[in-house]
Every structure is written in structure tokens, then in C-alpha cells.
Design a protein around this ligand. Structure first.
Ligand code: HEC
Length: 186
């Protein structure tokens, strides 16, 4: 009798463990797949520049936590395809985010954002692939697509894009004045 109860307890415990394992695999397996396939990008996704990582003359992050892979792409001497989840921002209001493969082949899966920023945070003004204009009437993609293919639409100064009508000093000043934060950590 004692033995029987023990066996039952063992069995039902095993079933319970199996159920938990199944639930966990559905839960975590499912959420990982969703993350990779579909980044949830809302106003809250965007951070003040000081909370991002400064590299060269712009700021980066990675929404999937793989900042190292994004930095490796920025620093690749001969260009690289940026990893999914990469966030790149030149000035507080202009951001590019690398979506999953196949999101929009025309833009190498980059989504462009024009934000409104204030001390209260960021709000997305316009977002999309090849239909986003900045506040000066320039289409993001039309300029960025001129970068040599190996640079994955990242312009910097010597990758082939049409130049911005601003000097690096002017850009740095705008970066320093991000209203969402106070001061850029060097
Ligand atoms: C007139 C052409 C032009 C337009 C329009 C334009 N960009 Fe750029 N963008 C550039 C150039 C050139 C650079 C590099 C500036 C530098 O390195 O000093 C740049 C830099 C950037 C960077 C930093 C990474 C890189 O490519 O060097 C991001 C992010 C960016 N732009 C996003 C945007 C977004 C978002 C829009 C639209 C809302 C936009 N840009 C519109 C030309 C343009």
C-alpha cells in the first residue's frame, strides 16, 4: 500500500514535470520566435542617446540584446550586413532599425523612423521603409540607398550617399542637446 502511493506520487510528479517542460518550451520557444520575426517597436522603444552606445559619430543599440554583433558591423573595415534588432541613430529624431530578414528587401530590411522628441520622451512621427521623409523634406531611403551595397545603407561620410547639409560639429551639437536626457556620456 505504501509502495503503491509512492509509485502514484512518482508518476503524477513525472507527468507534472513533463507538463511544465512542455509549457516552458511553448512559452519560451514561442517568444523567441516572435522576437526574431517581429520586433515590437513603439514610442517606448526609443532611448535618449546617452543611454545608447556611441560609436564613430553616431549611436547604436540592439533590441535583441546582441550589441556586440551591431558594433562588429559598425567597425567592420569593409562594411557588413547589420544584425536584426540593430538600432542606429544619428540625431535624436532620426533612427534606423534592422527588422527581420525579408521584412522589406528593397531597404535591406531597414525601417526608418522620424521621431518627435521632448523631455517626456519620443513619439514616432513617421515610420516605414521607402516612404519616410525627414523634417527637411528629404526621403531617408533615397539618400541612404546610394551607399555602396557592402555598407548596408549606412552612409557615414564616404560610403557614397548624398551629403547632409550639416557639418559633423553641427550634428554633435544636436546630439548633445537631446531633450530626452541631459548630457552625453563620453
Ligand atoms: C540628404 C540625404 C539624407 C537624407 C534625406 C537622410 N539621410 Fe541619414 N544620413 C545621410 C548622411 C550623408 C549620413 C552620414 C552623416 C555623417 O556621417 O556625418 C547620414 C547618417 C544617418 C544615420 C547614421 C548612420 C549612417 O548612415 O551614417 C542614420 C541612423 C540616419 N542617417 C537616419 C536617417 C533617417 C531615419 C532619415 C529620414 C528620416 C535620414 N537619415 C535621411 C544622408 C541622408
Amino acid at each position: 500500500m505504501k509502495q503503491g502511493i509512492k509509485i502514484m506520487a512518482g508518476k503524477s510528479r513525472n507527468i507534472l514535470i513533463a507538463k511544465i517542460a512542455l509549457a516552458a518550451s511553448l512559452l519560451f520557444g514561442g517568444s523567441v520566435a516572435t522576437q526574431a520575426d517581429e520586433l515590437k517597436i513603439t514610442d517606448d522603444t526609443f532611448k535618449c542617446l546617452a543611454e545608447m552606445t556611441k560609436v564613430k559619430h553616431f549611436f547604436v543599440d540592439n533590441l535583441l540584446g546582441d550589441l556586440e554583433a551591431t558594433l562588429a558591423a559598425v567597425n567592420a573595415p569593409d562594411g557588413a550586413v547589420y544584425p536584426v534588432g540593430s538600432v542606429v541613430s544619428l540625431v535624436p529624431t532620426e533612427v534606423m532599425i534592422k527588422r527581420h530578414k525579408g521584412w522589406q528587401p528593397r531597404t535591406n530590411d531597414w525601417e526608418f523612423f522620424e521621431l518627435n522628441v521632448s523631455a517626456a520622451g519620443s513619439t514616432i512621427k513617421v515610420r516605414g521603409a521607402d516612404e519616410v521623409f525627414n523634417r527637411f523634406g528629404g526621403n531617408c531611403f533615397e539618400c541612404h540607398k546610394l551607399a555602396e551595397p557592402k555598407y548596408d545603407l549606412i552612409c557615414e561620410m564616404e560610403h557614397g550617399c548624398d551629403p547632409l547639409p550639416f557639418t559633423r560639429e553641427q550634428i554633435a551639437a544636436v546630439q548633445q542637446q537631446d531633450p530626452r536626457c541631459t548630457g552625453i556620456k563620453e
